[in-house]
Design a binder for this molecule. Structure first.
Ligand SMILES: *[C@@H]1O[C@H](CO)[C@@H](O)[C@H](O)[C@H]1NC(C)=O
Ligand SMILES: *[C@@H]1O[C@H](CO)[C@@H](O)[C@H](O)[C@H]1NC(C)=O
Length: 587
């Protein structure tokens, strides 16, 4: 299975010494837990089917708050419950108004199409979430009025600066770190057809559609005073100085047709993934050279680095031959997953964020190391495959598809469930603020721990008449908090021809972790260790449609819609940053 070109020895040594002992004790725990012993129970509820007893503990807490699901109880046989629609307060004058009244979900989808833009909340000490306001916190979602009606290709937020890519591919910046007097976003790097962003402590790394990578200083004065590269112009053999200072990051030795297709970054480093599945890394800050192994090049330091610019790209050659598909980076660590569902981690493991058991002698691991995800499923008759990774701050998250295989006792019940896929979510790293999402406040979590509220969920898909696992469609991780978007079946096809009860609904989203800057959007300041729902963004619209407020924020999935006479395919996306959160309309 292992690729011969991969230098496995060093890695395996590390990984064995670090994990075997702990894995054993972990397995005992798993065997004793309800996941291994209990059969799943199913509750059919309209479109909803919740399974996985482990997850119910937390899911239930929320469900109880919701009147519709009042009668659901984990242990009791289920009697068919009637679904109570809220009594309408006013008489609806149209089909559409009726939909708005019966459903907050429908109204939210509609508002997101009528009124694209950004909602933001959390710390405002850097004038990022509310540039015109001098408040230190924005406690609940608020419109960033400058972006009204605008669609964005990407958005990244730090506590002190914001960066966005417009739908034309230009870079926009704001916040006090950009310019202390900044009151509104400004276009900086123009005409490069940019597509995605990563931010370090003091630079913005931007990737263009054609695979060019630009490293732009966050600070406006550095952009004006720093060296400005020569650029090609439309006149042959004629070059001109760019209007702002930037540097190019250029991986060497790319093959024919190979280009940088994805970037991810931490405070001091950036990962560059190519379209052929090769991985490069580079220093991305201008203050400190990465020294925690996050570049994935064994032995590489400021003093041992090869000749050339400090931010030259290094190929992570130990991963050559693996077809890397996903990358993600925390402040000082890196994750890479390949097409076979294996995950490698490297960098700072001081809080267990590499998913390898914490060992003070190996707090820094500069060799890409395989995370033993299969150990998490030892004794379960399930084969795991990592489908997604996400990192931020000192945390890592993994989504896993676990497929049931033939077990030892070949009873009919287990044969019937053969091939059944369960979608689980695991976390590791620093848990002191609740960002592990497992209800605990652990300082150091090396071996990944399951997030019960985001694992083992199923729903009944009315269209296919089948029970399907609910996967996560996206996890966005800030420095100390995170959000998870559920891959529930969504529906955005209500039309003039449908009935008045035919509604649209989006995807559920949950928040957890540190909340000292109100970055979770709950309106309160307590840190949250169980993933939790927040209220709909446009609270006023909700109030107008109905009096009682028992609804949760849902994200509108991708759809082609008409915006100001232009037909565009758009979706809402959530971005968690350093102490701040935003929802934007993404193209
Ligand atoms: C999505 O799934 C979760 C977990 O089963 C459930 O609580 C929630 O109500 C579902 N949302 C929708 C919109 O169906
Ligand atoms: C949440 O975490 C922060 C950071 O450690 C801490 O200062 C704050 O007191 C915590 N909030 C609550 C309500 O416990």
């Amino acid at each position: 299975m292992m690729n011969p070109r991969y230098s496995t020895r060093a890695i395996l040594r590390l990984y064995q010494s670090a994990t075997v002992r702990e894995v054993r004790s972990f397995n005992t725990r798993v065997a004793a837990s309800p996941y291994a012993t209990r059969r799943q129970q199913h509750f059919t509820r309209s479109i909803l089917l919740v399974a996985g007893v482990g997850s119910l503990a937390t899911t239930l807490q929320w469900l109880i708050d919701d009147k519709i699901f009042e009668e659901v109880h984990a242990e009791e046989p289920v009697t068919p419950a009637e679904i109570k629609f809220e009594p309408a307060r006013k008489k609806p004058s149209s089909k559409e108004e009726n939909r708005d009244i019966i459903s907050s979900q429908h109204l939210q989808v509609k508002k997101s199409w009528e009124n694209p833009g950004i909602y933001a909340w959390g710390s405002n000490s850097g004038r990022v979430v509310a540039p015109e306001s001098s408040e230190s916190f924005i406690k609940t979602p608020r419109r960033l009025s400058f972006f009204d009606g605008l669609l964005l290709r990407d958005l990244k937020l730090d506590r002190k600066f914001g960066a966005a890519i417009t739908d034309k591919g230009d870079l926009m910046q704001w916040g006090t770190e950009f310019s202390p007097e900044c009151k509104r976003p400004v276009v900086t790097l123009k005409g490069k057809n940019l597509e995605s962003l990563a931010v370090s402590r003091d630079r913005i790394i931007a990737l263009s559609k054609d695979g060019k990578t630009y490293s732009v200083p966050v600070s406006q004065s550095e952009q004006e005073e720093g060296p400005k590269p020569l650029e090609e112009t439309w006149i042959p053999f004629w070059k001109s100085r760019s209007s702002i200072s930037y540097r190019r990051l250029q991986p060497k030795g790319l093959g024919w047709g190979e280009k940088v297709s994805n970037i991810a970054g931490g405070l001091e480093h950036v990962l560059l993934l190519t379209s052929k599945g090769r991985l490069f890394s580079a220093a991305s800050g201008s203050e400190d050279f990465p020294n925690k192994g996050q570049l994935g090049i064994p032995g590489l330091t400021w003093t041992t680095r090869p000749q050339g610019p400090y931010d030259m790209c290094h190929e992570i050659s130990t991963l050559r031959g693996f077809n890397i598909k996903h990358i993600s980076a925390g402040d000082y660590h890196s994750l890479a997953a390949d097409s076979e569902g294996r995950v490698f981690s490297f960098g700072d493991n001081s809080h267990g964020q590499l998913g390898l058991d914490f060992n003070p002698d190996f707090a820094i691991i500069d060799v890409p190391s395989l995370i033993p995800i299969q150990n998490l499923y030892a004794g379960t008759d399930q084969v795991p495959r990592v489908t997604g990774i996400a990192a931020g701050g000192k945390n890592s998250y993994f989504t896993v598809d676990a497929t049931k295989i033939a077990g030892r006792e070949d009873d009919t019940a287990s044969t019937r469930s053969l091939g059944k896929v369960t979608a689980d979510t695991w976390s590791c790293g620093q848990g002191i603020w609740g960002s592990l999402g497992n209800g605990r406040w652990t300082h150091v979590q090396g071996i990944p721990t399951k997030i019960p509220a985001l694992s083992g969920l199923f729903e009944y898909d009315e269209r296919t008449k089948k029970s399907v696992p609910i996967r996560l469609s996206r996890i966005s991780v800030g420095a100390t908090h995170a959000s998870a978007v559920m891959g529930n079946v969504t529906s955005v096809h209500a039309s003039e021809r449908g009935t008045e009860n035919d509604i649209n609904w989006g995807a559920d989203i949950l928040f957890f972790g540190n909340n000292e800057f109100y970055q979770l959007g709950t309106g309160k300041r307590n840190n949250v260790s169980h993933p939790t729902y927040i209220q709909p963004l446009d609270f006023q619209a909700e109030r107008q449609a109905r009096e009682r407020e028992e609804h949760r924020f849902q994200l509108t999935p991708r759809k082609k819609v008409n915006i100001n006479g232009r037909s565009v395919s758009m979706e809402q996306r959530v971005e968690c940053g350093r102490g701040v959160t935003a929802v934007y309309s993404g193209v």
